[in-house]
Write a protein that binds this ligand. Structure first.
Ligand SMILES: Nc1ncnc2c1ncn2[C@@H]1O[C@H](COP(=O)(O)OP(=O)(O)OP(=O)(O)O)[C@@H](O)[C@H]1O
Length: 132
């Protein structure tokens, strides 16, 4: 049976379909609850639209795809860390909780910087050539 968003399952997934549905629920939760994830997804979609307009070649697309998945994967990791830390520590201040959350956010910043550099390297020369 397909498990809905409100299922209370705590045992292992029985098959691939069940694993896949829970993974999709994870992505749905990222999209609906994480503002930064939505922002990065939007930037990724804009890069894809710009890439289509500029008719990028295969090599350029591979870098853009790598950059997009790097950012959204680190956003997913950041959300995992935030949730697990909140689960363990709750609302009280804790030095290790701060370190874990700050490092997770730093990871997102690093992958966003990587994506920005890739975007500049690929899109700037293409845009310059377009307007010459
Ligand atoms: N329990 C805690 N103990 C110590 N510091 C904390 C704790 N919870 C949050 N912080 C601090 O507050 C910051 C923001 O917290 P949190 O990551 O939960 O919020 P957020 O708005 O979801 O962050 P992000 O913008 O990275 O998504 C953390 O990076 C950390 O410095």
């Amino acid at each position: 049976m397909l498990m809905g968003l409100k299922d209370k399952q705590t045992t292992k997934n029985k098959n691939f379909i069940q694993s896949f549905i829970h993974a999709m629920q994870g992505i749905f939760s990222l999209v609906t609850t994480e503002r930064n994830f939505r922002k990065h997804l939007l930037f990724g979609m804009l890069a894809v639209v710009l890439g289509l307009i500029l008719n990028l070649n295969l090599g350029q697309w591979l870098w853009i795809i790598l950059a997009i998945f790097s950012v959204i994967s680190s956003e997913a990791l950041n959300t995992i860390v935030e949730s697990v830390v909140d689960l363990i520590v709750g609302p009280k201040y804790d030095d290790l909780a701060k370190k874990a959350k700050d490092v997770a956010a730093g990871g997102v910043l690093l992958s966003a910087a990587f994506a920005f550099i890739i975007g500049v390297i690929i899109f700037v020369p293409e845009l310059v050539a377009l307007f010459q």
